[in-house]
Design a protein around this ligand. Sequence first.
Ligand code: SF4
Length: 264
Amino acid sequence: MGPTRRDFLKMAGLSTLCLALPPRLAHGAAKVEPSAAAAPLPAAGPGAPGSLPGRRWAMVAEVGKCRADCRDCIDACHGAHNVPDFGNPKDDVHWIGQAPMTQVFPAGAHPRLPENLRNLPLPVLCNHCENPPCVRVCPTKATFRRADGIVAMDYHRCIGCRFCMAACPYGARSMNWRDPRPFIARLDPAFPTRTQGVVEKCNFCEERLAKGVLPACVTACKEKALTFGDLVEPRSAVRELLGKHFSLRRRPELGTEPQVYYIL
Ligand code: SF4
C-alpha cells in the first residue's frame, strides 16, 4: 500500500519546518564545532580567585567626552573578541557601536535640538538588562544572566533561532550569517571564534574581569568617557558618577532595567 494522505501531510509538515529553520537547526547542527571547542571561554565566573569583585556590574558613558571621529572603544572591543568585519551593513556583526543621540533616545529628539547634540555619536552595546527579554525567549539557555548581572552566552548551545535578536529592543545582538573566521582582522587565539549560524554580543568583558582587568573599551578610551564598576558598592566610580549627575537609560518604559547609563 502506498503512503496514506496522513503520511503525506506529516512529510509535508516536516519539510516545511526544515525549510523555515536556520542552517544550524535545519541540519541538526546543535553539535559542538571543533574549532570553537578548542578555545573555550575562561571558566571563571563571578567571585573566582583573581577576578574583579563585583555584585552588579554596570557601565556609565559620559557622552559629552566622546569625540565624533573616535572608534577607540569599538576597535579595542572587536579586536579583543575576534569580531568579524564583513565590510557591508547587511552582514554587520557588532559588540559595541555608535548611534546618533536621536536614535538612542528617540523620545528626547525634537526639531529644536542643537545640531551638535542631535548628531552626537553615543556608544551602544548590550545593556546587560536586569530583566533581559533575550534570556526569557532563548529555547536552549544559550544566553543566561549571571549572578553579577552579566548577560552571558554559551556559543555552543546557540542554535541560531534568533529569538533573542527579536526580543532585544536595543539591537544589541548580531547573527553570523556567514563563517566569520575569514573576516577577523587579527585573530586572538585567547578568545573563541564563533561559527556560521551563531548569535553574538557584548559580554561586558567577562573574560577580562575574571583576570582582574577592566573591559577593553574602558581601558582603550583616552577621553575616560566610559566607567565600569559595581553598582552595589556605594564607593564605586559608577555610583559616584550616578550620584552626581542626571543620567538616562535606554527605553526605561519597557521594564528591562538596562545597566548601561548615559550622562549627556
Ligand atoms: Fe538582552 Fe538586549 Fe538587554 Fe542585552 S540589551 S541583555 S541583548 S535585551
